[in-house]
Design a protein around this ligand. Structure first.
Ligand code: NAD
Length: 468
């Protein structure tokens, strides 16, 4: 299969015809080839987006009509769920039934939510004062560069571009080089839905000294929304700063699941297992540091180990599979190197799967505690007091999220207030309300997206002061 760029409404090869392979992590064979952008292709995509932003219909359509088109796109995403699931599963090995039952509906919901939010969102009017009436307007920023990772290709791509489009921007999306297919499929669906050409453009290729870097450093870009590793985020922010382009950064994480002795341990174990090992641990939100109050530590360890052992590992097209292969040979090498460091037995297979691993007795200074492994590898350790739990949970350069399990209401509020991080889940995990801010502190990112936070980033707010 060939995965083209989509530029100015046309599916296109690169100017020089260059391509790269996308390898299916389960079969370990190339299943598709994608167009490999050169600087001229990226420039063409930014110009197409610029043309539509400055002179086209999209920013001027009005919220109701744009919203109608965004809802139509959501309908088409649901219609083509099977094809989109094939794209993501073949590109990066995420279990197919999870793409179908979770990512596809959430991608559609992202477009629906931001279409409605933008249309219904009120703007401020300040009571007239001293003979002046002041109100704010939210015109689109212009051209948005969206650079996405491979771990939830469709869902994360949709989350970045839905608010950008809803607020009237045009977009150039650069998906990860490991997962190009669903982005092109999405741009194709946008055209079928009736989006004007140039509204949603897609270019393919890697990051450094390639499509990613050329896109985020392009002077024709007005916003950069980036999701990926913290080190990459630094490079992207540096490149964008040359043009003073505002950036929104959703970066890595090293989340903690904190289990108090008064918790419902079965509920906590269900969520902690999902948080540590879901999507083969390839989640920014992964709860890979599991802190358990000493009186229940051993019992909880057993419950969690049982759940981990019960997660079928293997073929991502088998509906029973919960843990598919890691996304690439390189990533598999990285994750197994961490297991080797822990003295943990290495997977016996020669494929790219890694069964869930729960490590005990790891000192907090170890890289296993401190670094984002991005595989199904978690450390578990006891704590005694609430203060100690908070200190350990906050002892990280990341600040994306934490999970807290307790039945004590006061403690839930107290600890949620003391934890560092953009999201704290209490007795749950992965629930996302798109009205609320999402993002991280420290190495986990810059800024927040969601609800009015997305509006504030993807628009150029303007104060209008009227003498009356
Ligand atoms: P990555 O940083 O390697 O790549 C992400 C994207 O950036 C890719 O499209 C890549 O091609 C591009 N890129 C790489 N170098 C670039 C450069 N110099 N300039 C411009 N673009 C460049 O990350 P990944 O391995 O694809 O994804 C996994 C990472 O993403 C993990 O660290 C994970 O925690 C993070 N992540 C964060 C969130 C969040 O919301 N905070 C969500 C998902 C993933």
């Amino acid at each position: 299969m060939f995965v083209p760029h989509v530029i100015a409404g046309r599916e296109t090869e690169s100017a020089d015809g260059a391509r790269f392979a996308s390898v299916d992590p389960w079969t370990r064979r190339a299943w598709a080839s994608a167009a490999l952008a050169g600087p001229a292709d990226v420039d063409r995509a930014v110009r197409a987006a610029r043309q539509e932003a400055d002179h086209g219909h999209w920013p001027r359509l009005g919220f109701a009509e744009r919203g109608r088109l965004l809802h139509r796109l959501a309908d088409l995403i649901v219609r083509d769920g099977e094809e989109l699931a094939t794209a993501d599963t073949s590109d990066m090995g995420r279990p197919r039934h999870e793409v179908l039952t979770r990512d596809v509906p959430r991608a559609a919901a992202n477009f629906r939510f931001f279409a409605d939010h933008a249309r219904l969102c009120p703007a401020e009017v300040f009571p007239a004062d001293g003979g002046h009436l002041v109100h704010t307007r939210y015109p689109p920023a212009g051209v948005v560069a969206a650079v996405a990772p491979w771990n939830f290709p469709l869902m994360l791509g949709s989350w970045k571009i839905a608010p950008a489009l809803a607020w009237g921007n045009t977009v150039v999306l650069k998906p990860a080089e490991q997962s190009p297919a669903s982005a092109t499929a999405l741009a194709r669906l946008a055209l079928e839905a009736g989006f004007p050409p140039g509204v949603l453009n897609v270019v393919h290729g890697p990051g450094p000294n390639a499509a990613g870097e050329w896109l985020v450093s392009h002077p024709g870009v007005d916003r950069v929304t980036f999701t990926g590793e913290s080190a990459t985020g630094r490079a992207v922010a540096t490149a964008a700063s040359a043009n003073l382009t505002p950036v929104s950064m959703e970066l890595g994480g090293k989340g903690a699941s904190v289990v108090f002795a008064d918790a419902d341990l079965a509920v906590a174990a269900d969520h902690a297992a999902h948080a540590a090992f879901g999507n083969a641990g390839q989640m920014c939100l992964a709860g890979t540091r599991i802190l358990v109050q000493r009186p229940v530590h051993d019992e909880f360890h057993r419950l969690l180990a049982d759940r981990a052992a019960a997660m079928p590992v293997g073929d991502p097209r088998d509906p029973a599979t919960r843990v598919g292969p890691l996304s690439s040979a390189e990533h598999h090498r990285k994750v197994t190197a961490y297991l080797a460091m822990a003295g943990h037995p290495l997977p016996a297979t020669d494929d790219w799967t890694v069964p869930p691993a729960l490590l005990t007795g790891v000192p907090p200074a170890s890289p296993l505690w401190r670094e984002e492994i991005f595989g199904p590898v978690a450390v578990i350790a006891p704590f005694d007091t609430e203060q100690e739990a908070v200190r350990l949970a906050n002892d990280t350069s990341y600040g994306l999220n934490a999970m807290l399990f307790t039945t004590d209401l006061n403690r839930a509020h107290r600890v949620a207030a003391a934890l560092r991080g953009g999201t704290v889940w209490v007795n749950c995990f992965f629930v996302r309300d798109l009205r609320a801010p999402f993002g991280g502190a420290g190495d986990s990112g810059i800024g927040r997206e969601g609800g009015v936070f997305s509006r504030d980033f993807f628009t150029e707010p303007r104060t209008v002061t009227l003498a009356i």
